[in-house]
Ligand binder design. Sequence first.
Ligand code: 13P
Length: 253
Amino acid sequence: MSRETIVAGNWKLNKTVGETRQLIRELRNRLAGIDSAATVIVCPPTVALETAVDAARDTGIAVGAQNVYWETSGAFTGEVSPAMLEAVGVEYVLIGHSERRTIFGETDEDVNRKLHAVLRSDLTPVICLGESLGQREAGETEAVVRSQLGAGLEGVAPDHAGRLIIAYEPIWAIGTGKTATPEMVNDVHRLIRRTIADMFGGLAADGMSLLYGGSVKPENARSLMAEGDIDGVLVGGASLKNESFAEIVRAAP
Ligand code: 13P
């Protein structure tokens, strides 16, 4: 089964509009020297999305947003709709990143509303989930992941399941320098794929790209992506420098 390999950079709250333009221009030059079939996505802050799309035009680099709201328009101060993202040429959107969940109080229900809104657009959703350190130590990883999938993906039509990308990001590995071992991640990815198969059928599960995120660096990217069920990576800190991000792209099979 050949699934799309994806290397995505989540820039979080980093880079101005000017820095975004420069980073993408440099990235394009670096990637030109790399022979990789991976889909490369960058997710800059909202204000820089239009600039990012412009800088990434004809480079093969796709642009994703870090967040979205489920309403189309109206009195929702500070929010951005799927249609607004599409209108600037954004193709992907992260939903339910652990920082959205823990810092901004997003629930699985919010994730589910956002997912349905995104599926009504042409954007590709990247649903993020994963357990905390306490949950892993308590042996709750499987239950947490299953419940986040069940609630987050509730009501998704089976024929839409093929559009989903899932990013497993254990909270204890994000920004901490602690990477889950490739075997640990692959175990959880297998669990995710089995759960997806239960929910949407084996075909959807086999075709779905499952990404890992959490302290991905050039040094560990290759061994992570060598695992059969790890189809790519969602990179935070190491995506802010093109030296490291391009090396991670090079490491993609
Ligand atoms: P780090 O790569 O900085 O650990 O961040 C991972 C992440 O949260 C990507 O979404």
